[in-house]
Ligand binder design. Sequence first.
Ligand SMILES: [Zn+2]
Length: 374
Amino acid sequence: MKKNIVNRRKILIICIDAGSYDYLSASEIPNITKLAELGFLQQGNSVIPSVTNVNNVSIATGAFPNKHGITTNYYVDRESRKGEFIEDNRFLLSPTLFEEAKTTKFADTTALFVTKKKLLRILEKGADIQVAAEDPPEEFIESIGDVEPIYSIEINWWLLRAVLYSIQKYDPELIYCSTTDWVQHKYPPEHEISQRHLSELDKIIGDIVEQDPEREIYITADHGMLDKTTALDPARILQQGGIQADSIPIIKDRYVVHHGNLGGAAYVFLNDPNDLNEAIKNLINTVGIEEAYSAEEAAQNFNLHPERIGDIFLLADEHTVFGELQVGKETVSIRSHGSRHESYVPIIGYNSPWSKSDFKFNLDIGRLFLESLK
Ligand SMILES: [Zn+2]
C-alpha cells in the first residue's frame, strides 16, 4: 500500500511509441509542453535500427544492443538460418532497470506498463507490477475498465490510466511505460485521430503530475514514423546479380496490421561469405538503399551485437522500406520506420537531476538512472 516517506526519489519513464517531435508538435499537448518548459526538451536520437524492441530494451536496460543483445524484432541464427520472433527475455543479456532498482534497494516497488504482451515478456524481470493493456490483470480491469482493442487509440489511454492508478494505489519508485504505434502507422501527425490520441495521453499525463508532482518524469520515443512509397527485397535484388542470400526486415513481427512487415532496415544473410564485397556494392548502388555495412562495420557504427545481425546491415532512404516480396521492387503506400530517418526522438525531462546536454540518446534516461544507483 501507499507509503508515506518524504523525499523519496520516484521516476516515471514514458516511451510514446512513434512519439517523434513531428507528432508531438502537431497536437495540443499543454501538459507535456509545460513539463518541457519547466524541465527540458532535447532533440535526441533513437538506437538504429529504429524499431520498437531494440529501443525499448535499450531504454529499459540503459544500454546499447552490443550489451543487451536485442538487435531486431525477429532473430535469425546465422548458422542454421532458423528465425524466431523475439517475444520473451531468452535473448536479453543485460539486467533491466527494475532488477537494478531492486538489487540496489532503490525501489521497494517497480512497475512495468506496456500495451503489447510480447514487450512485457521481454522486459518483465524485476518488475513487481506487470501490466500489458492487451491482457491486463483483473484488478486493473476492475479499476480502469474493460480491455480496449489492440488496434485502437483507446488502448494507449487505458495504459496511461493504469499507470495513474498504480501511482495512487502502490506509488512505485520506478515505473516504465510504453505505448503502441498502431495509430502512427495509420495516420500522419496532422490527422485528427492522431491529434486526439496524443491530446488524451497528455491529459492523463497532466493527471499523473497533479497526483504526484515530485516525481521525475521522462518522456521519449522509440522511433518516428514516415510515409513510404517503395518497397525493396534485398535478397531478390542480389539474386538478380547471381548472389544467393536471405533478407530479413528487422521490423518483422506478428502484428502485421501495423506495418505489413515492411521497415527501413534489414539484415542480409549471405549463402557464401565470399560474396560480401560484391553484395555490398550491388546493394549500395540500388536506388532506395542509403547505407550498407558489413556486420563488423555495423556493430561498430551502431553499437550492435556482432553475432546477432546479418552479414550485411542495410538502411533505406526516407521513402523506402525493405520486405520479403515476390519481386525485387514494389510500389507501396504505408507509414513505417526502421531507418536513420525515423531515428530522431524527443527527450523530455521534468524534475530531473540532469540537464538537457546529458541526453544524446533515448537510452540515456536508463543509463543515467543506473549510474545514479552506484
Ligand atoms: Zn515502436
